[in-house]
Design a binder for this molecule. Structure first.
Ligand code: ISE
Length: 337
């Protein structure tokens, strides 16, 4: 493993991008931030000055800069595929935030380019794989502590979302995490999806179905239920439980702490996903850097990105039609084994 610091360029410096800048600069080892790009030019200059990086006028200049060894893409999803393809063309490792791309065709183009390049360069930002709670669940399942997985129950609640958020985005932006988590936990593909919108909260925009219940099935018949409720108001709350043939494993408490006063116990919970998954993001970025230094790709790969988008797009069709939608099982290329 090389001792040189990996020089990281970051594209997209909004909330999550700014968090990644701080993580690479101050919270992990083995890397530093050297170049940034964002359309908000004043803000990006400020962020660059804070970490001793340069703000470049285009994303391409970040990717092709001689001072950048590896790139994090945290721009809106519609730009992910094109930027990831540029990173592959430059022969540089890239950590692309989820989704790898909003469409299956774009994901397939990334897989084709990466395989043609002959080297795994792409990691997809499914940070829940680095969360201690989810890892604990996977370890329990793998160790046989709960027998065979039968049902996976998930809840995904956000306090609120902007008015621009749509019923389809609940699938492509939010449930895509459960799609990846289910595939990763169970080690199987999802073959069927149905979405039900029942009684609706008065707190959502009128165009948005909220809450929605997503019911999926895995290859061996494990039922996966996901309640997605993006205007839950009270806080950010993600729950997950695997019901097995001999027991149950679930995420532990995600509370941030508590205080007791006047005969009441008050527990503080995460206000949003950036807080809830802060440690998981840190572990993910550290692991990505370690993988680059060791020359071994880690984490979710392009095939995982494609598989998640395939199911998310099936869920979008299920939202629109109200029908159960079948999902084809893709053959995983040996390159991603
Ligand atoms: C957001 O984009 C994320 O990625 C969060 O992890 C997720 O919980 C939230 O629902 C999404 O909107």
């Amino acid at each position: 493993m090389t001792t040189e610091l990996v020089r990281v360029g970051i594209i997209g410096c909004g909330n999550i991008g700014a968090d990644h800048i701080d993580r690479v600069a101050n919270q992990i080892s083995g890397a530093r931030v050297t170049a940034l790009f964002d359309v908000a030019t004043d803000r990006v200059k400020e962020l660059a000055a804070q970490v001793g990086a340069v703000a470049l006028p285009t994303a391409s200049e970040v990717i092709n800069s001689p001072d950048v060894d590896a790139i994090i893409i945290a721009s809106p999803g519609e730009y992910h595929a094109a930027l990831t393809l540029e990173c592959i063309a430059a022969g540089k490792p890239v950590m692309c935030e989820k989704p790898l791309a909003p469409t299956v065709e774009e994901c397939e183009a990334v897989l084709a380019a990466e395989q043609a390049a002959g080297r795994r360069l792409v990691q997809v930002g499914f940070m829940r794989r680095n969360d201690v709670g989810y890892r604990h669940m996977k370890d329990n399942l793998t160790a046989g502590n709960i027998g065979e997985a039968l049902i996976l129950h998930c809840e995904h609640r956000n306090p609120d979302v902007p008015d621009s958020f749509t019923s389809e985005m609940s699938m492509t932006d939010s449930v895509i995490h459960e799609i990846d988590t289910a595939r990763w936990l169970l080690g199987e593909e999802i073959v069927r999806v149905r979405v039900i919108a029942g009684k609706q909260t008065p707190n959502a925009a009128s165009h948005l179905n909220d809450p929605q219940l997503v019911i999926m099935e895995s290859q061996s018949g494990v039922i996966i239920s996901v309640e997605v409720f993006v205007n839950a108001k009270y806080g950010y709350d993600v729950r997950c439980e695997i019901v097995g043939s001999n027991g149950v494993t679930s995420l532990g408490t995600q509370d941030l702490g508590q205080f007791v006063s006047d005969t009441r116990r008050t527990v503080t919970m995460p206000a949003n996903w950036r807080v809830r998954f802060g440690d998981a993001y840190r572990a993910e970025i550290q692991d990505w850097i370690n993988g680059i230094k060791a020359g071994e790709p880690r984490g979710a790969n392009s095939f995982d990105g494609l598989a998640a988008t395939l199911v998310a797009q099936a869920a979008v069709r299920a939202v629109k039609s109200g029908e159960t939608v079948e999902v084809p099982v893709l053959e995983k290329p040996a390159f991603y084994a």
